[in-house]
Write a protein that binds this ligand. Structure first.
Ligand code: 5AD
Ligand code: SF4
Length: 484
């Protein structure tokens, strides 16, 4: 695939003005940037390096693969270490502590940059979509070179060229966009699995959440573009894909020719070579009967559903603007379990939303116990400026939230240790992901329901789907052995 991108880049004529059409314009700037990088690297007598750190969710991780693809085309070489010539942070702002981490690391980068003044520091992603963040950076973090947002990551090469040319901070953050630029390079972290964006943005405005403000309104990619991308990935050896969107269940509603998410799943399922299909994230209010039926009948769709609960209290759910009740959530779980009995359910839960009482919290614990989630991401409510909940007056004191958080986490862990082991002493299909970090001669892989298994095996099996007998349950993962 990379050859195709390289050829498109080489075909650009730098003696002419940059094209106005995308993505051609970006191929022009990639070529231009490549020349600058090459020249600098000859001057320095070594390759120029980059380091890219991705914070936050799967959408950001996928964006980072695109950023990585562009940087590699340009000729930068990746290094793990932040002592690089180009350091890029793809930021998250869903919770306040994500922002604090970035400011902390910027302080450290500044000390490195003092020793290497040619180093470039670039920041992009959700945090950059907040005006006060950009103001703060412009005022107190003058050593940052490039700032861009979530809507124009495809412009990375153009922005680097601009920074080289103008020798001062480049800031390019778009408030929103209705365009999706296709056909740019991307570099996958794993050769055998990949995320595929099917939509961008979110229209739900849950009252605590900053995502709709920083990722903009919902935009779906056309089924044609998605299917083409999946076909190419399959040709390139990918066996597992994860369809990504903030709310995949409302996929396709705003297309010229509307298509449902279930219909998309059916089409993706037909692509030869793709063995496993996952998707993330589902909003309970939009999860249709049609989708449940698709999950029941399409064998490639993995028996795993991430279904964020956020709270078990109907009163708090209303305040959160989630548009379902505790009872509706539980009914939905029943329906899904009835259709796909073995399904693994995971969730997100927030504790300490404004006005949450001990009774509300008990309702959350009740849902956790009733459903028996395989795992749950638990979060302490974080007040995000600009959201409706930030203006609510009855914020819960920190010590109470912390106490509830600890109790919730203990319960979630107790339950998941119990339910995760339900496939013990059976043989399951496992996609081998990598050699085990902790045990020599062992491999790490995942079951269709996303549970991890470690087993002895040869690294040549990485990327293959193999049969593994699950010998021992360790709570959150299994130990197993290969079945011949
Ligand atoms: N505070 C805490 N958690 C939050 N999330 C989103 N916004 C906030 C916030 N302000 C959580 C939700 C969401 C997950 C991705 O992050 O649980 O599902
Ligand atoms: Fe945020 Fe709600 Fe949209 Fe998820 S559905 S991104 S929680 S606003």
């Amino acid at each position: 695939m990379n050859d195709e991108y390289r050829l498109r880049m080489e075909a650009q004529d730098l003696t002419k003005q940059p094209p106005t059409e995308e993505p051609e314009r970006q191929y022009y700037f990639m070529k231009k940037c490549q020349e600058i990088v090459k020249k600098k690297s000859e001057e320095m007598g070594r390759p120029l390096t980059f380091s890219l750190t991705s914070f936050g969710c799967q959408m950001n991780a996928r964006d980072s693969e695109k950023l990585l693809g562009i940087l590699e085309q340009i000729g930068y070489e990746e290094t793990e270490d932040e002592h690089a010539d180009f350091v890029l942070y793809n930021t998250c702002t869903v919770r306040e502590n994500a922002n604090l981490r970035v400011y902390g690391r910027l302080g450290y980068l500044n000390t490195i940059k003092k020793k290497n003044p040619d180093m470039l520091i670039a920041l992009c992603g959700c945090m950059m979509q907040e005006q006060e963040v950009v103001e703060k950076l412009k005022k107190s973090y003058r050593f940052v070179d490039i700032i861009f947002g979530t809507h124009n990551i495809f412009k990375l090469a153009e922005l680097i060229v601009k920074r080289f040319e103008q020798q001062k901070m480049v800031v390019d953050v778009w408030e929103g966009t209705d365009r999706i630029v296709e056909e740019l390079p991307s570099e996958r972290k794993y050769p055998f699995k990949s995320g595929v964006n099917i939509m961008f943005g979110c229209n739900n405005f849950c009252s605590y959440c900053i995502v709709p403000y920083v990722r903009g309104r919902e935009r779906s990619r056309s089924p044609k573009d998605i299917l083409e991308e999946v076909r190419r990935l399959a040709d390139d050896g990918v066996v597992e894909i994860m369809l990504l969107g903030q709310n995949v269940n409302s996929y396709g509603k705003n297309l010229k020719n509307p298509v449902s998410f279930a219909q998309l799943l059916k089409q993706v399922s037909k692509i030869e070579g793709i063995e496993r299909i996952r998707f993330m994230t589902s909003h309970p209010k939009d999860l249709s009967e049609e989708l449940i039926e698709a999950m029941r009948t399409l064998p490639k769709v993995c028996p795993h559903l991430h279904l964020p609960l956020q709270s078990g209290s109907t009163r708090i759910l209303r305040e959160m603007n989630r548009r379902y009740t505790k009872e509706q959530y539980l009914e939905l779980v029943e329906k899904i379990r009835c259709a796909v009995p073995d399904i693994s359910l995971t969730t997100d839960i927030i504790v300490g939303f404004p006005g949450e009482t001990e009774e509300d919290f008990q309702e959350t614990l009740d849902v956790v116990q009733t459903v028996g989630f395989d795992s749950a991401f638990t979060f302490i409510y974080s007040r995000r400026t600009g959201t409706l909940a930030a203006k609510m007056e009855n914020q819960v004191p920190e010590d109470i939230v912390k106490d509830r958080f600890d109790r919730l986490l203990a319960e979630v862990q107790r339950i998941s240790a119990k339910v995760c082991g339900r496939h013990l002493h059976t043989t399951q299909k496992v996609l081998v992901e990598e050699p085990d970090d902790h045990a020599e001669g062992y491999l790490t892989g995942r079951l269709g329901n996303n549970t991890i298994v470690h087993f002895p095996g040869d690294p040549s099996l990485v990327g293959k789907i193999v049969d593994v007998y699950l010998e021992e349950s360790k709570g959150f993962y299994y130990m197993g052995r290969l079945e011949c």
